[in-house]
Design a protein around this ligand. Sequence first.
Ligand code: ADP
Ligand code: MG
Length: 253
Amino acid sequence: MGKIISIANQKGGVAKTTTAVNVAAFMAMEGKKVLIIDIDPQGNASSGLGINRLETEYCIYDVIINGVSLDAVTHDTELENLKIVPATIQLAGAEIELVSAISRESKLKKALRSIRDRYDYILIDCPPSLGLLTLNALTAADSLLIPIQCEYYALEGLGQLMNTYELVRKHLNPHLEIEGVVLTMFDARTNLAIQVVDEVKNYFRGKVFSTIIPRNVRLSEAPSHGKPVSLYDPKSRGAEVYHELAKEVISHD
Ligand code: ADP
Ligand code: MG
C-alpha cells in the first residue's frame, strides 16, 4: 500500500510546493510509482508539472465535493512514474462548501482508499492554511512533512501547526506521524540561517532531515518551464539536494 505524505505548513512561501514536486520527481526517477495531489487552489504544483490549468476541466475539487473518482482526474506527467491530480481555481470554493458537508474532514481519505495500493508514494501539496483542505490532507496521510524556511520568523506559527497535528491525531487520524522537517532556502553566508538550523533542530529533536536545501536559482526557474528540476537542470545543486532528500524519505521505509 502506498505511503501518503502530506506536505504542510500554514505559512506561504516556505517551499512546500517546490519540495512536493521535486521529491516526487526524484522518487519517480528512483523507480517508485508516485502520485502528487495538489490541494492548493493556487495550483502551483499543477502548473509546475506542466498542467495547463485553464484547459483542465476536472480537478481535485470534483473529487472532494462531487465524489468523482481520483482516477478520473489523474493526469500523466513527463516522467513515466509520476502522475498528478491537479487543482484549479475552482478549489477555492471548497473550503466553504466543505463546512456543512458530512464527514467533511475525511473526503480525501475516502477517495484515496481505492487507488492507494497502485502507488508507492502519494504526496499531497497543501495550501498555506490550516483549514478544511489541509485537515483533509492530514486525515488521509500516514505522515506529515514540514518544510521550514531558514529565515527570521522560522519558528513562528509552528506551535499552531503542531497543535493541529496533535488534534488530528486525537480526533481524526491516530496513525499520523511526523515524516520529518526539511530546512529550505538555506544561505550559508548568513549567521541567521545557521542559527535557525540550530533552533529548528532543538525544537524538533531527531526529526530534521540531514539534507538541507540551499537557495538555488534553478529551483525557482524550473516551474515556469513546467518541469521538476530533475528535468530542467539535472546537474544543478538544486537537483542534487532534492535527489538526496528523496532518497532520505525513501530510506524511512
Ligand atoms: P509554498 O508552496 O510553501 O508557498 P513554494 O515552493 O511555492 O512555497 O516556494 C516559494 C517561492 O520560493 C517560489 O517562487 C519558489 O520557486 C522559490 N523557492 C523555493 N525553494 C527555493 C530554493 N531552494 N531556492 C530558491 N528559490 C526557491
Ligand atoms: Mg505551494
